[in-house]
Design a protein around this ligand. Sequence first.
Ligand code: ME8
Length: 507
Amino acid sequence: MKNKIYITTPIFYVNDLPHIGHSYTSIICDALARFYRLNNFDVLFTTGTDEHGLKVEKAAEKSGMTPNNFVDKVSKNFRELLQKIDSTNTDFIRTTENRHEIACKKFWNTLCENNQVYLSKYKGWYSIKDESFYQEKELIKKNDSFFTADNEKVEWIEEESFFFKLSEWENSLLSYYENCPEFIQPKSRRNEVISFVKSGLKDLSISRTSFKWGINVEDHNNHIMYVWIDALVNYLTSLGYPNFKEKKNYWNECIHVIGKDILKFHAVYWPAMLMAAKLPLPKKIFAHGWWTNEGKKISKSLGNSIDPNKIIDNFGLDQFRYFLLREVTLGQDGDFSEKALKNRVNSDLSNNLGNLVQRTIKFLFKNFEGVLPSQLNLNSIDNYPLKDAYLLFQKVEKLINNLELSKGIDEIFVFISKLNKFMDESEPWNLIKDDRESTARVLTELIESFRVIGIILQPFLPIASKLLLDTLNIDNKLRTFEYLNSKNFLNKGHKLNEPKALFPRLE
Ligand code: ME8
């Protein structure tokens, strides 16, 4: 039986147009999904839109539309973005769907049956932007108002509310973090969560009565579920909860990829609620960092949101994808600028990879009619390009399993640099003058190395790697990671196709 993995992005609020931050999480997850598929895993990959709550209700009101019409319109933008980035998600969930309402109600009722919910009154601070309750000690006071660390003004609310007994789960959470050190990543985020929980948890208000846009609590129709319960349950809905059936096996293998802004909800509230519902926990929560635009926080009020559609139209999808995945270590913050993107693309993709492939294959066509001119003898391999080529996957796999995406990609490009060095030291353009056989060997080793690179780069550069593998004339069935080893090398006489430029330089 194949190994399973379930990869999730947050579901995005439909109060606004999608921007670079949303595409970042989606691209990370898509690269992982492609990687695991090529590595013979059964992959479920879900994403979607978070369509309820006060924030969305207000956005609908502002645009003069009913919430239903508004969410239909904005959710479409997110689905179109996924098409634009050629995302391979297996599900797209909208929290206004019927299957989700069923899942939420079941989850809520299970918490009630397990004596985890009680009715009381909430009095305290609320941030509409974060859809989050705050304790006063978490806020900053300016004049007579209170603000979150992100400078968002909070409002005081007082209303009847159901509460979840979050405070009962403090010790269970702490021992879970202790026993499963891989559960929250990166490590710095794990430490943050631990100290947050250690500082004391209060019961969580989980229903609202002052507005209507959400899922009703059964038998208490004046209450709607807190939008974060509604949102988190999406990860179960996508697996068919409450009728999990065969998909339940994926839940233990779930990785939630999120931005660091929503760590508390995923690493504190969600596991506590799952424990309270007597459901297993996901395997891992990875909180990535934050993108700024030329050093500035991306925000609606600054009007400096970056439209991923435009970047892709101007620079190319692989180029955008590569920049996001390679430029920053997953977990750290990153700064977006067109200049940085161009530099990264030109140095790694055009110069290092594109030029090497182009000049090698052109040379092969000029001197050997585009046919692999030599038979590799892998028993006697002691030269560095091929030996390294066949070891590359092991290194990359280990890094990707650790979610060290930029390091994994870097490892591939270190190898490509070595190939460039090999090419330059071998000087085939001189060698051919009096040693055609050695030249043939050098070219054959380079082309076989390209086969390895083409296969291994597919999750990160889907378009260019396809072009490369097509140029190398590799059968579609022979492009998964099991063919990365030395047993599947290309034989003498293998015919290539004319090369096309992989990455024209960005000016
Ligand atoms: O929080 N840099 O939705 P949301 C990096 N609906 N990532 C960014 C980013 C940036 N500047 N801006 C946004 C919600 N993101 C809830 C989630 S899940 C059960 C419910 C990404 O529309 C990042 O993944 O505010 C972040 O966590 C997410 O968008 C927040 O999206």
